[in-house]
Structure formats: structure tokens, C-alpha cells
Design a protein. Structure first.
Length: 351
């Protein structure tokens, strides 16, 4: 949906009303709800801006329900006005047995049955797996991050990453959803509906991305103190670009290119980071925390909390509990400034 010109105009009107039309202030009050409504119809986290077939069906169902509800509301309000203001001889029919049977029984029964059948057909289509050989990705929700495993796909080996999902445009994707601790809920509004992640149980979600872009996913089941900061990016790209990304992700981490980066790697291993994190190709083989083999290639750190660069990596390492209290990673305040910069730049080099 394209509302950008409307949104830009309303934003300008709200910010600089005299530049457009010096009318009473109530005009701006009326524009504000419209601006808020339209802003929810687009963006990287909007169920009404579908970028996949499943989300498209959900958006269609939503608009049918919105439109049908509006039409029924208008009809009821019109009948109320007739009942209140029309002359007695012109409103007498509202009390007839025929009007009561049609309006109180036939109309709601037919309307609700039609909506139920339509809604169930949309749900059935979304629950269908589609392709016989989809791209299979396992996502495990943990407090407060996402463990992402790409399963074997033909000749392509499996590998593990975290807090970011890449998918090819035009191919069916199957997400296998699990939880390692409490109940989480997995939702990518632009792609599909919410699915719970329940300990000891595997749920499944299917979708086919229809256009390139970067979209936002979110945990939508309260799972603890940092529930609101448990997000992730979904990157949809053309099949060739996705294949290149997957090939790079399956490789071991690159060796440090400079003595300063080698110093960062040494500090990383010596400080015990490898007890919780894996960096393939090194002695770091921990599995408690996110796999960091190619952490420098990700868009964010901390499960979508901060942009990924050496500065934010350093801040995260030194002040984890201050930035995301309750996360299982402790703050490493013992590093000197130079040591912290070496470790952060080593992390950033892992691409």
C-alpha cells in the first residue's frame, strides 16, 4: 500500500499548519488519528503491508472484516436514526415480525457464516506447507535472543547463526519453532501470523517472501524482563544473493588480518568467551550463547537492540547487564580501554 504522499502531507500539516491552511486547531486533531491509522499500513513491521503470500491472505481477511464491520455499523446507525427521527407511519415497519426475523436472525446468521467460511479458508491456505522441498530453518527462542539453525539443503551443509534470518524471494520457507526455556512467540508481521514457541514442542510456520527488503520480527509472548528487546531482522533477497550469503556463512571464521586483531582474538579466548560462544575455526566452541563465527556481518547486536559496529560491540561487552539486564552474558568491565577495543574490532572483523 502506498500512503507515503498522504503521510507526508499530513506530517507537514501537523508540524507547520500555517504553511498549508490557517484553519482552526480542530483540523489538526482530526488529522492526527488519520495519520496514526495510515502509518500502521506500511513499514518493516506491519501486518497490513504484506511481503509474503501468507501475510497477504491475512491482510485481505483483515480488510474484509474492517470493511464488513464498517458497513454493518453504518447500516445500524442509519436504522437508529430512522427509528428515532422518522415519522411514526414511516418507521412502523421496524417493529414488524418480518423485520425482526430478517434483521435479528437471517442477516447475522448469513453474514457471520460467510465470514467464518472465508476466514477458515484463509487459515487453511496459510497452514498448507506448499512446496515439497522448502528451505528449512530451525529457530529456538531463548531469554532473550534467537538461535537460528539452517538445516541441510541438498549439497548445502547446516550452520548456526543468531538473531537474524535470511530467506530467498520466491521459495517456500519452513520455520521450525522451539523454545529452550519459557514460552515465546514468533511473529514477522509482513510475512505471517504469530506462532507460539513452547518448551518440549515443535511448531511450524510457512511463508514465501514475495519482495526483497529488510523486515522486523518480534517476540510477542511476555517471556521476562527483556521481552520487549527480543527482536530480530529478516532479510529477503534474490536467490543468487541468498546463495552467496549462505556460502559465506558456512565457512570458518577468517584468521586475524593484523596483529591488533590477533590480540583481540587472544583476549577473547583467554577471557573465557569461548566457553559460551562458538567461533568456528578457533578454540571457541561454547554453545550456551549465540554463535559468533560471522557476527560482524549481522545488522545488529543484542537481538536487534543496537546497530552492529565496533563501538556498540565494545559497549555491549563492557556493560551487558546495564544495557540489557537479565541477559545471561555478564558484563566484562575488567578489560582496559585498549583491550576492549581489540576484542570489539576482532568481533567486527568476523564477516
Amino acid at each position: 500500500m502506498e500512503h507515503r504522499s498522504t503521510l507526508d502531507g499530513l506530517t507537514t500539516f501537523l508540524a507547520h499548519p500555517r504553511r498549508i491552511d490557517p484553519r482552526p486547531a480542530w483540523g489538526r486533531l482530526l488529522a492526527l488519528p488519520l495519520l496514526t491509522t495510515l502509518s500502521g499500513c506500511q513499514g518493516v513491521q506491519s501486518a497490513l503491508d504484506p511481503a509474503a503470500d501468507d501475510a497477504g491472505r491475512l491482510a485481505l481477511l483483515s480488510w474484509v472484516l474492517f470493511g464488513g464491520g464498517t458497513a454493518i455499523f453504518v447500516l445500524v446507525m442509519a436504522l437508529v436514526l430512522v427509528a428515532v427521527y422518522a415519522p411514526p407511519e414511516r418507521r412502523r415497519w421496524l417493529g414488524s415480525s418480518r423485520a425482526i426475523v430478517i434483521g435479528g436472525f437471517v442477516f447475522p446468521t448469513v453474514t457471520l457464516t460467510a465470514l467464518l467460511i472465508f476466514g477458515l479458508s484463509m487459515m487453511r491456505a496459510n497452514n498448507a506447507s506448499g512446496e515439497a522441498d522448502p528451505l528449512r530453518i530451525e529457530v529456538i527462542g531463548e531469554q532473550y535472543w534467537w538461535r537460528v539453525t539452517y538445516l541441510e539443503d541438498g549439497a548445502d551443509p547446516a550452520f548456526v547463526t543468531a538473531n537474524e534470518i535470511h530467506v530467498p524471494v520466491g521459495r517456500r520457507v519452513q520455520i521450525l519453532l522451539k523454545s529452550a526455556d519459557v514460552i515465546h512467540s514468533f511473529w514477522i508481521p509482513n510475512f505471517a501470523g504469530k506462532v507460539d514457541m513452547i518448551p518440549g514442542h515443535t511448531n511450524s510456520l510457512h511463508f514465501t517472501a514475495q519482495r526483497e527488503g529488510v523486515y522486523r520480527g518480534q517476540c510477542t509472548e511476555f517471556c521476562g524482563d527483556q521481552h520487549a528487546l527480543m527482536v530480530f531482522d529478516v532479510v529477503a533477497s534474490e536467490p543468487a544473493a541468498f546463495a552467496g550469503w549462505r556460502t559465506r556463512q558456512t565457512r570458518d571464521a577468517a584468521a586475524p588480518a593484523t596483529p591488533f586483531l590477533a590480540r583481540g582474538q587472544e583476549l577473547f579466548i583467554r577471557s573465557g568467551c569461548g566457553n559460551c560462544h562458538t567461533v568456528r575455526g578457533t578454540r571457541a566452541e561454547g554453545v550456551l550463547g549465540p554463535d559468533l563465527t560471522h557476527v560482524g556481518s549481522r545488522r545488529s547486536i543484542g537481538a536487534g537492540v543496537f546497530p552492529n559496529n565496533a563501538g556498540t560491540l565494545g559497549g555491549w561487552i563492557a556493560n551487558t547487564q546495564h544495557l540489557k539486564g537479565g541477559a545471561r552474558m555478564p558484563s566484562y568491565g575488567s578489560f582496559t580501554g585498549e583491550e576492549l577495543r581489540a576484542v570489539a574490532e576482532y568481533m567486527e572483523s568476523l564477516k
